[in-house]
Write a protein that binds this ligand. Structure first.
Ligand code: CTP
Ligand code: ZN
Length: 167
């Protein structure tokens, strides 16, 4: 997908080329797997309303992924805990930090080895699911592709498609 022309990049250019506005300052989450942008918005809390500009594109063409989603948020830097949640639903995503229309930093998301309080354990007998104990969950990443995480407490294995985020 080619996007050029700064702030007024919404005008139609080549046939079949999708134009999405560039942002002035903030974060662009690029290379989100197609269809996962709504889940990313939920993790960012944007489904609960925000005052800054948010741009979402779904199913746009990507050279590397075929189709991808993009989320752009003005005036926002994404904290580490939120990045960990995004890493679980969009492991291929790129985080671009934008200042004055220029990308000043571009990072691939990396999944940490330990996830504290990020995922719910699916085992209902796990100590982390006992409200009286109040033990925050802890998962260890055993494998990234496909994603496999193990609960530190009950040692249950959770696969990528089964993960339930704590939001
Ligand atoms: N972007 C934006 N606002 C800007 C600058 C960039 O919204 N002021 C967006 C672009 O639209 C693109 C993403 O940030 O979706 C990454 O931009 P860029 O690095 O220029 O694109 P690519 O080179 O295609 O990125 P990559 O190499 O990561 O695929
Ligand atoms: Zn458990």
């Amino acid at each position: 997908m080619s996007e050029s022309g700064g702030a007024n990049a919404n005008a139609k250019k080549g046939a079949g080329e999708l134009k999405v506005s560039k942002i002035r300052r903030g974060t662009v989450i690029d290379h989100i797997p197609a269809g996962m942008a709504p889940a990313v918005l939920r993790v960012l809390g944007i489904d609960r309303g925000v005052s800054d500009i948010v741009v979402m594109a779904m199913n746009v063409r990507s050279r590397s992924l075929g189709r991808k989603d993009i989320v752009k948020i003005e005036n926002r830097v994404i904290d580490e805990e939120t990045l960990q949640r995004i890493a679980i639903i969009a492991p291929e995503a790129t985080i671009n930090i934008v200042e004055e229309y220029q990308i000043i930093k571009k990072d691939r998301i990396s999944l940490p080895r330990e996830l504290h309080g990020v995922l719910k354990c699916p085992n209902r007998y796990c100590i982390t699911n006992d409200p009286q104990e109040g033990v925050p969950t802890l998962f260890l990443c055993e494998r990234e592709k496909p994603l496999e995480l193990r609960c530190h407490y009950c040692e249950g294995l959770v696969r990528g498609e089964q993960v339930e985020l704590i939001l």
